[in-house]
Design a protein around this ligand. Structure first.
Ligand code: NAD
Length: 490
């Protein structure tokens, strides 16, 4: 596999199985955020180029959709093996284009492999069912592919997030067009190479590079039947409205503001290390990252440990960079303004010295303590290694703050009491709850998905709900007259 990204000049599209350069003159640089180096240029493809991709996908899907699901998932078994065999090279691409540490990059591939593995069991879990509903009358439900489908993905998990969608969409018999983030388009090309090597027929997995313009074209294209989106809430809402206005299915996952509640009976060691991992993993650039800590009662002994562990993390060694200069500036702006409003910056990562290249967009972990729940640092998605601490007198006050936030991805409580944990999970206004786990990502076969402004459209993006999203059910009711009820199999 050629993963020498430094030699890539222009990122190709994948059109009918062919790696083809766009003719667009509008390009953006793909930058390694750890040193500012330009890895490649990514084209902003035209509507006509999307039309060509869709036409090839329509043609390819016709035969693919007729195959049995058992036949289709054979490609996914091969994809899983290829990803495992090439994990070092894939991790290197993610590390370069996204900045995640190599360990985090490998971890994201392992999670992606689990999604592929889940889809290999489609023949067992598709739940086609049949029942004799009255004497001699049979009802049967089967699943039919939708046709050509598309996914639009963010920068922060360039391999894992596409693989939340691709294996199930393809396994269900569809063709899939991926529009990766223009900031991290290289992993998508590696995925296309692996799917080709795994034997996926040409045209069933395509890549179209671009920005807003091409996303609009995807939403408008009459031959694209369903759109999966993962990214910020602002764009998720726009894409959901545009796609559904054109009669498409759409499931659009948005941003997050995740709350961690710490109560006095929490295990100090376990809580501290778990909170730190949640805030600083992927430098806080995860939709499941902890953002607000609701400190209930006297928990200063735990907060001190959190701060102590965060303060020794070295950017460039323990933490990767922020994706770009303007994001780093935006994150630091939140800290500046919280300080100006009277909150205490008890750990300041704004000027942290990095072990990486000075030209990289590194920053250290930060803690904003004694914040007011109305502060923007307590309300907005910051998407960086910043923990905002709000002091609360009791658990109900903490739950009210969590409940009032418009997002609804994840929330977690640290406690040794089963009763407190149950009370919290009953009242948290989110799709994913953690009990002593600060990144409560449900592992396969359990589904991933938030609530409220963290998701537009019904259902979860992985797990059984994904099968419903990427297929249509057909209900067949049958009755034969007695004289025709012979056993055709004999
Ligand atoms: P983003 O919304 O800026 O971009 C996501 C995708 O949308 C990209 O492919 C981009 O090209 C496209 N896009 C950007 N602006 C657009 C517009 N105006 N119209 C149409 N398309 C547009 O997100 P990002 O910065 O790449 O990723 C970070 C965000 O993704 C965070 O908010 C994070 O919480 C969220 N995210 C959510 C989940 C989840 O599961 N809920 C998972 C990962 C990331």
């Amino acid at each position: 596999m050629d993963t020498s990204v430094t030699t890539v000049k222009l990122v190709p599209n994948v059109v009918g199985g062919v790696f083809k350069h766009s003719t667009s003159t509008r390009t953006l640089p793909v930058i390694d955020p750890s040193n500012g180096e330009v890895l490649a240029n990514v084209p902003m493809s035209s509507k006509e180029e999307l039309n060509e991709i869709v036409a090839a996908a329509v043609a390819a899907q016709k035969e693919w959709g007729k195959k049995s699901v058992k036949d289709r998932v054979q490609v996914l078994f091969k994809l899983k093996s290829l990803m495992e065999e090439n994990i070092a090279e894939l991790a290197d691409v993610i590390h370069k284009e996204n900045g995640k540490t190599l360990g985090e990059s490998r971890g994201s591939i392992t999670r992606a492999v689990e999604c592929v593995e889940f889809a290999t069991s489609l023949p067992q879990i598709m739940n086609n069912s049949v029942l004799e509903v009255s004497q001699g009358v049979e009802c049967k439900v089967t699943r039919t592919p939708l046709g050509v489908t598309a996914g639009i993905t963010p920068f922060n998990f360039p391999m894992m997030v596409p693989l939340w969608m691709v294996p199930i969409a393809i396994g269900c018999g569809n063709a899939f067009i991926l529009k990766p983030s223009e900031q991290t388009p290289l992993s998508a090309i590696e995925l296309a190479k692996l799917l080709k090597k795994a034997g996926l027929p040409d045209g069933l997995f395509s890549v179209v590079n671009g920005d807003k313009e091409i996303v609009d074209a995807i939403c408008d294209h009459p031959d694209i039947k369903a759109v999966g989106f993962v990214g910020s809430t602002k764009v998720a809402k726009i894409v959901y409205q545009k796609a559904t206005a054109q009669g498409k299915r759409a499931r659009c996952l948005g941003g997050a503001k995740n709350h961690l509640v710490v109560v006095p009976d929490a295990d100090p060691e376990m809580t501290a290390s778990n909170v730190v991992a949640s805030v600083t993993g992927c430098s806080g650039q995860r939709c499941m990252a902890a953002s607000v800590l609701l400190a209930v009662g006297e928990v200063d002994h735990i907060l001190d440990k959190i701060k102590e562990q965060m303060s020794v993390l070295v950017p460039g060694k323990d933490m990767g960079p922020i994706i770009n200069a303007s994001s780093k500036e935006r994150i630091c702006g939140y800290i500046d303004r919280a300080e100006a409003k009277g909150a205490k910056v008890t750990l300041d990562g704004r000027q942290a010295k990095s072990e990486g290249d000075d030209a990289g967009y590194f920053m250290g972990a930060s803690v904003i303590d004694h914040a007011n729940s109305e502060h923007e640092s307590a309300q907005d998605e910051i998407f960086g290694p910043v923990l905002t601490v709000i002091r609360c007198d009791n658990l109900d006050e903490a739950i009210a703050i969590e409940n009032n936030n418009p997002y609804g991805n994840a929330a977690c409580i640290y406690t040794n009491s089963g009763e407190t944990a149950q009370y919290f999970s009953d009242h948290a206004n989110v799709g994913m709850v953690g009990i002593n786990i600060g990144v409560p990502v449900p592992r396969e076969p359990f589904p991933f998905g938030g609530w409220n402004d963290s998701r537009f459209g019904d259902g979860d993006i992985t797990g059984p709900g994904a099968i419903d999203f990427w297929s249509a059910t057909k209900k067949i009711t049958t009755k034969w007259s007695d004289k025709h009820r012979k056993n055709w199999m004999s």
